[in-house]
Design a binder for this molecule. Structure first.
Ligand SMILES: [Zn+2]
Length: 240
C-alpha cells in the first residue's frame, strides 16, 4: 500500500456525520496504484468508512469510480434522478436493467436503466465484471432474524442516512433494489464467493443528473465480504 492510502485511511477513521456532502468528506488526491486511479489531476477520492454509506451528486457526462480498496467488499449502489437540487421520482431500477441485459450484469459499453426505462449510466470500465442484480440490501429485519444486535448497521440504513438530506427515509430505500457491486452470488447463492481484489473498480458515466448512494456492506457472516468489512473509495472527476 502506498503512503497516500495510509494517510487517507487515517483521515477516514475520524467520526463522520451522516449527511455530509462530498466537499465535507475526506478529499485527497490519491495514487494508490497506477491502475486504480485515473492519472488526471482533477479526480478526487472519498473514502467511505467500513459499514457506512455515502451519497454524491453527479451531472450528465460526469464519470466516477467505485473502488474496492481492500478486496472482497460488496458495495450496494443506488441512484436517484435529480432535477436541479431536487429529486424526481425516477431512479435506477434493477428490474428494468435486468430486462434489458437478460439478467446478466452490464458489460463495458452497456447501460443501467431507470424506472422510466431510460439509460442512466454507461459502464465505461470494470476490472471485476461480477456483480449482483438480484439481492435486496441487507436491512434491520435481515439482521434481527439472524440474531444480530439491533445496533448492527445495514445497507438500507446506511443509504437512508446518506440520502436523508435529499428527503428519503429507510422505507424509500427498502423499496429500491440495489446493484450490488463486487457481489458474486449467482442464482441467489449467498456463499462466501468474493471475486474482487484490492484496487478493483467499476467506472460509470452518468447519462442523467442524479444523486448516487453507496453502502459499504456491513454483513460479515459466513465469510461474506471476506469476513472483514473494509473501507471503499469513490473517485469523482474522472476524465475520459
Ligand atoms: Zn449489505
Amino acid at each position: 500500500m502506498s503512503q497516500a492510502l495510509g494517510e487517507s485511511q487515517m483521515l477516514a477513521s475520524e467520526p463522520l456525520s451522516i449527511s455530509e456532502t462530498l466537499d465535507d468528506w475526506v478529499m485527497v488526491d490519491l495514487h494508490v496504484s497506477s491502475h486504480t486511479l485515473p492519472s488526471s489531476s482533477g479526480s478526487k477520492m472519498a473514502v467511505v468508512k467500513a459499514s457506512h454509506g455515502y451519497s454524491f451528486s453527479v451531472s450528465k457526462g460526469d464519470r466516477f469510480r467505485i473502488v474496492d480498496l481492500h478486496g472482497e467488499q460488496v458495495v450496494d449502489f443506488m441512484a436517484f434522478v435529480r432535477s436541479g437540487s431536487s429529486l424526481t421520482k425516477e431512479k435506477l431500477s434493477m428490474a428494468y436493467t435486468r430486462y434489458h441485459l437478460s439478467g446478466v450484469p452490464a458489460a463495458v459499453g452497456e447501460y443501467l436503466y431507470t424506472t422510466l426505462d431510460t439509460p442512466i449510466f454507461r459502464i465505461t470500465a470494470d476490472t471485476v465484471k461480477v456483480h449482483d442484480m438480484t439481492f435486496m440490501s441487507c436491512n434491520p429485519s435481515f439482521y434481527k432474524k439472524l440474531g444480530y444486535p439491533s445496533s448492527h448497521r445495514s445497507c438500507s440504513q446506511n443509504i437512508a442516512e446518506a440520502m436523508a438530506a435529499w428527503g428519503l427515509d429507510e422505507m424509500d430505500i427498502r423499496a429500491t433494489d440495489p446493484l450490488n457491486l463486487f457481489q458474486n452470488t449467482p442464482n441467489y447463492t449467498i456463499k462466501a464467493l468474493g471475486s474482487s481484489k484490492a484496487g478493483d473498480y467499476v467506472e460509470m458515466e452518468a447519462l442523467r443528473d442524479c444523486v448516487v448512494a453507496v453502502s459499504c456492506c456491513p454483513y460479515e457472516g459466513n465469510g461474506f465480504n471476506g469476513g472483514r468489512v473494509t473501507d471503499v473509495g469513490v473517485v469523482t472527476g474522472v476524465r475520459r
